[in-house]
Design a protein around this ligand. Structure first.
Ligand SMILES: NC(=O)c1ccc[n+]([C@@H]2O[C@H](COP(=O)([O-])OP(=O)(O)OC[C@H]3O[C@@H](n4cnc5c(N)ncnc54)[C@H](O)[C@@H]3O)[C@@H](O)[C@H]2O)c1
Length: 313
């Protein structure tokens, strides 16, 4: 049994990770300041002797005794990370410094939940890990993109300078139960709008593409990376290469929810990437990992979750 720290453990991905780690026979310390996460996501774990919950902001140092650290704390959707952009950068950068410092003291292995946003609005498609990205350093998304890029830098400097055991994954759009219902992310947006019978808002002409990974697949990849050969540090893309236009996604959601919602088109927000698709050859080769859940199956689970949440069953 390993003692494992999960920062951002009350969030969407973090709560699924806590579930998985406990199911695998570990003890989990979940740390969260509840900025975007919720106790509801982990309520079923409260009282479990293998689960410990701490309210803590990772921009402040933390002293706990653990053998592994998963660093997920950071608001992930534009609405949330743009709400207090200075705090977003602090969470990524000071959070990484604090967690890396803790890992160094404990000689613990540490994994960073980085993001496909480090590629910015990419000229290379699909994105491979050796692509350096095209990020606007002064735009409204920069607090997140540059914060995450700086966190990656810190991870690699701790690895080179202090021989820390690091792991960096670049997560591409992931969806599933426990997503925040109104954080503006496209999958949750469309499902909530469809279930409420509201207009479905598409930006631009709806032809921009995204690749969507179901949460169970993502957690498989994350845990496989943490437990991979110490010599393999990443960064490694984890996502589903299946590429869909926003219009196709909206049509699937309308079909699966039996909704009568109309689709309406709004102007594209600033710096919105037109295409985003992971190349996952490295994850396949190094981790033996590939996603298994197709979009329709994943959407069905997610729709069922939101139906219950919104009480529209
Ligand atoms: N979901 C995705 O598609 C996606 C894609 C790329 C990267 N990621 C990364 O994965 C991680 C988890 O994302 P998510 O989708 O679960 O988002 P989320 O917002 O549901 O989870 C983030 C969690 O971090 C907590 N948090 C935020 N600031 C904190 C702070 N200063 N101290 C302590 N806790 C703090 C929040 O309260 C929340 O519980 C994030 O680091 C995100 O950048 C997610």
């Amino acid at each position: 049994m390993t003692q494992i720290l999960v920062t951002g453990g009350a969030g969407f991905l973090g709560s699924h990770l806590c579930d998985r780690l406990i199911a695998n026979g570990n003890d989990v310390v979940c740390v969260d300041n509840y900025f975007t996460g919720s106790k509801e996501n982990i309520r079923h774990l409260i009282g479990n002797p293998h689960f410990e919950l701490m309210r803590h902001d990772v921009t402040f140092p933390l002293y706990v005794e653990v053998g592994q650290i998963y660093n997920l704390a950071c608001p992930a959707s534009p609405i949330h990370y743009q709400f207090d952009p200075v705090q977003t950068t602090k969470t990524s950068v000071h959070g990484a410094i604090n967690m890396l410092g803790l890992a160094k003291r404990l000689k613990a292995r540490i994994l960073q939940a980085s993001t496909s946003e480090v590629y910015g609005d990419p000229e290379v498609h699909p994105q491979t890990e050796d692509y350096w990205g095209r990020v606007n350093p002064i735009g409204i998304r920069s607090c997140y993109d540059e914060g995450k890029r700086c966190a990656e830098t810190l991870f690699f400097d701790y690895w080179r300078q202090h021989k820390l055991e690091i792991k960096v994954i670049r997560i591409f759009n992931t969806y599933g139960p426990r997503m925040h219902p109104n954080d503006g992310r496209v999958v949750s947006n469309f499902i909530v709008q469809a279930l409420k019978g509201e207009d479905i808002t598409l930006y631009g002409d709806g032809q921009q593409t995204r690749s969507f990974c179901y949460v169970d697949d993502l957690i498989d990849g994350m845990v496989a990376m943490m437990n991979s050969d110490p010599a393999f540090v990443g960064p490694v893309n984890v996502g589903n290469p299946g590429e869909f236009t926003m219009l196709e996604l909206a049509e699937s959601v309308v079909r699966l929810t039996d909704s009568r919602s109309r689709m309406v088109f709004m102007p594209l927000p600033q710096d919105d990437p037109k295409r985003r698709q992971p190349n996952i050859e490295m994850a396949k080769k190094q981790l033996g990992w590939a996603p298994k859940v197709g979009l329709e199956d994943g959407l069905r689970e997610t729709v069922a979750y939101f139906r219950k949440l919104l009480n529209t069953a």
